[in-house]
Write a new protein. Structure first.
Length: 169
């Protein structure tokens, strides 16, 4: 801070001795030393306060950075959660619509099955009345009913399968 050489210090000491005299010089030197020490402590205290405030400001900046990063992360996480909730709501609505469509189809199928079972019961009752007539007509004519090659015969049993090797001995 101050650059004072040894020669300059000696010159100041000689001038002080001449001006103040040998009786007052030790008292002035002691007072001057105390003032210089007090000034050094004050400068050190101010320097420590400035350093502490600077470090606190740095920590405050770091704290602010961490808090802002945490807020940004929370906001992005909440937006992702909200989008997932919206997607789940949409999917739930679609599932409900599909379930309603399935219920409607099941109800229609149940009505159709009920109608078919009613029709089948009516046909069975009508067939019971008409079975006697073809049997009587067949016994009267003695001829077998006409069979078409293209017509499927659902009521006769298929012929039993032939297993190779059983017929030979």
């Amino acid at each position: 801070m101050f650059e004072i050489s040894f020669g300059e210090i000696m010159l100041i000491s000689v001038v002080a001795l001449v001006v103040l005299g040998p009786e007052r010089l030790p008292t002035v030197a002691r007072t001057l030393g105390a003032l210089v020490g007090r000034a050094q402590r004050f400068v050190a205290s101010v320097k420590a306060d400035i350093h502490r405030e600077a470090s606190l400001a740095g920590l405050d900046g770091l704290k602010n950075d961490i808090v802002s990063t945490a807020h940004e992360f929370r906001a992005s996480l909440e937006s992702e959660i909200d989008s997932a909730r919206a997607l789940l709501r949409e999917e739930g609505q679609m599932v409900e619509q599909e379930a309603e469509a399935v219920r409607t189809l099941a109800e229609e199928a149940r009505r159709d099955v009920d109608a078919l079972s009613d029709s089948l019961a009516e046909l069975a009752a009508a067939a019971g009345k008409t079975e006697a007539a073809p049997a009587a007509a067949e016994s009267a004519t003695g001829a077998a009913p006409v069979v078409d090659e293209n017509q499927l015969d659902l009521f006769e049993h298929p012929p039993s399968p032939v297993v190779p090797g059983e017929g030979r001995r």
